[in-house]
Design a protein around this ligand. Structure first.
Ligand SMILES: Nc1ncnc2c1ncn2[C@@H]1O[C@H](COP(=O)(O)OP(=O)(O)OP(=O)(O)O)[C@@H](O)[C@H]1O
Length: 555
């Protein structure tokens, strides 16, 4: 049997693709392979300029804003695109002018300042969350004002809570009742009110735990996990019985349940795409089509004027935001804003990346290569130290071990590119008395969660893993990340590195490369705009042998 996904894969080079992919999908496709990065310094908004505090809009206005620009068919949006682009650009210039005059720092001293209801604040205090992080200070009021957003901030800066709190402020048992009436089924008709999509099972499970932390175990059924590999019937029965207001899952599972009619999402009010740049990758294309086209979009609304079209609020999240994400947000969202730790800017103000100038002879300002790298220094936690060490392939594990001893690292994540090699590294480390375990997607669900649990509770000192663990994995104690196999690009480097140095902690990243791989390290250093110092391990100490000063972000 040939699956639809396979047909699309084959169809990449066939006319068949046209028949399979609608014009909306064709746009979607274009967003999948675009490389580039957001220009982040195009002005910023203060809390008041997005309508928070001093400029609170009447509720009706917010409501009407939500329905003014329904997502039409893609052909409609493509037709209107040029015109809207010009209008938006004008608007963006006006906003930028306004911003420069009234910029105010976002950092808030408390969650109550941000409009989070008291009942949620009490829950936050119970788990020791008293002060919002910068990105939470910027994102929470913006989302509470019903704006579609891209949240971009470095790894471990608290992006999950930045969208979770506004969602729980509006739906579920701890909601602020004043925010009711913004549409949605309210879970009453069995429809969910928030869908959170994450690229991996582990990340999905982690997000569920973050929801549960705030909701408390008594409200456990408000949120349900929908991931592959779990018991399918049990998940479907739980959906039917518990009628969760929030579901968190992987694209495949959500798309499958939505297509079978077991997951009703048409009245959904929030669609969150966590690690959105990963979700836009080719692997998830088919499932993401389904999700974008169905979640929070009510069929037949156009034909019957009395049936109100309920639009979802779109929240996209990642530490790395290439321009393909900006384009996706512009197409699927309504006047989306880019939210960063100290900035909120309209997406219209972000110019597309400039093409790379390849000619060596060209000179002058206009010929400078301006294409930004995939990930930038803003994707990385500020407390990280980056090193590389040159070693032969057969000595890489030995270098890893020396580094762990030199730094006395307790929670180490070692990344490799090939699953088959993980076991060998674990074997070599254990042979030298160092507790290690492998983690990868081929392991069963139980083995994966047991290994993670052992790592988190300190039973396992070195977690040897592949790209599976690069995104989202939150082990706050992790103090060392080692690249035994080199990351393929700066985006992968940033997400791997971000497993350490979380939420203001210190962390070290070591890349162990062979002599011929050195240029990859240099390239990433340049793309990310960070110094990666050359080091060696002598007498149980890390010695810097060469300081790097190259900080150019040009590629
Ligand atoms: N205001 C806060 N106070 C204390 N701890 C917090 C706060 N907000 C989040 N945290 C904790 O900080 C850690 C990192 O948060 P989170 O995983 O949301 O980061 P992230 O920015 O999404 O990272 P990544 O990009 O790697 O997914 C988590 O353990 C979370 O519970």
């Amino acid at each position: 049997m040939i699956s639809a996904r396979f047909l699309v894969l084959v169809g990449e080079s066939l006319p068949l693709r046209r028949a399979l992919v609608s014009s909306r999908n064709a746009w979607f496709h274009s967003s999948f392979h675009c490389k580039g990065q957001v220009e982040t310094r195009n002005g910023s908004l203060s809390l008041s300029s997005i309508g928070f505090k001093s400029e609170i809009e009447p509720k009706d206005k917010v409501q009407s804003d939500k329905v003014v620009k329904p997502l039409g068919s893609s052909s409609e949006s493509v037709k209107k695109k040029g015109k809207i682009g010009v209008i938006n650009e004008k608007k963006a210039v006006q906003v930028r002018q306004k911003q420069s005059a009234e910029f105010a720092p976002f950092a808030a001293n408390s969650f109550s300042e941000l409009g989070v209801p008291q009942v949620l604040i009490e829950r936050l205090e119970n788990v020791g969350f008293n002060v919002p992080t910068d990105v939470q200070s910027a994102a929470i009021p913006t989302i509470l004002k019903n704006h579609d957003v891209i949240i971009q901030s470095y790894t471990g800066s608290g992006k999950t809570l930045a969208y979770l709190l506004p969602i729980l402020s509006a739906i579920g048992p701890l909601r602020n009742r004043d925010l009711e009436g913004n549409g949605g089924d309210g879970g009453k008709n069995g429809g969910v009110e928030a869908v959170v999509v994450a690229p991996s099972r582990e990340l999905g499970m982690q997000i569920v735990r973050e929801f549960e932390k705030i909701l408390g175990m008594e409200n456990k059924k408000v949120v349900q996990q929908l991931v592959g590999g779990a018991n399918r019937t049990r998940q479907e029965e739980a959906l039917k019985k518990n009628k969760p207001a929030i579901v968190v899952g992987t694209p495949g599972k959500i798309a499958e349940l939505s297509a079978s009619g077991k997951l009703r999402t048409h009245g959904c009010r929030y669609l969150v795409l966590d690690e959105v740049d990963e979700l836009l990758s080719f692997n998830f294309r088919e499932d993401m089509h389904r999700i974008i086209d169905h979640v929070g979009r009510r069929a037949g609304a156009g034909a019957d004027p009395s049936s109100k079209r309920i639009e979802r609020q779109l929240i996209m999240v990642s530490a790395t935001v290439p321009f393909s994400v900006v384009r996706a947000a512009r197409s699927w969202g309504r006047e989306p804003l880019l939210v960063q730790a100290k900035n909120v800017v309209p997406l219209e103000s972000i110019p597309p990346p400039k093409p790379v100038i390849l000619s060596e002879s060209s000179s002058g300002p206009s010929s400078k290569p301006t294409m930004p790298s995939q990930a930038s220094v803003e994707s990385l936690p500020p407390g990280l130290k980056h090193y590389y060490s040159v070693a032969r392939l057969q000595h890489k594990v030995d270098t890893l071990r020396k580094c762990i001893h030199a730094l006395d690292a307790k929670y180490v994540i070692a990344f490799m590119n090939h699953t088959k090699q993980l076991k060998d590294v674990v074997f070599k480390l254990e042979a030298r008395g160092m507790k290690a375990a492998e983690l990868h997607g081929d392991l069963g669900k139980l083995a994966r969660s047991t290994t993670l649990k052992k790592f988190k509770n300190g039973e396992v000192r070195v977690l040897v893993t592949n790209e599976l663990s690069a995104r989202g994995l939150d082990v706050p104690e992790c103090d060392l990340v080692v690249n035994i196999g080199l990351p393929t690009d700066s985006t992968h480097y940033a997400h791997r590195a971000g497993r350490t140095g979380r939420l203001g902690r210190k962390g070290t990243v070591l890349t162990i490369c062979e002599e011929p791989e050195l240029f990859v390290v240099k390239k990433m250093q340049k793309q990310l705009g960070i110094p990666i110092a050359c080091c060696d391990f002598t007498d149980g100490k890390l010695l810097v042998t060469k300081e790097e000063k190259t900080l150019s972000t040009s590629t």
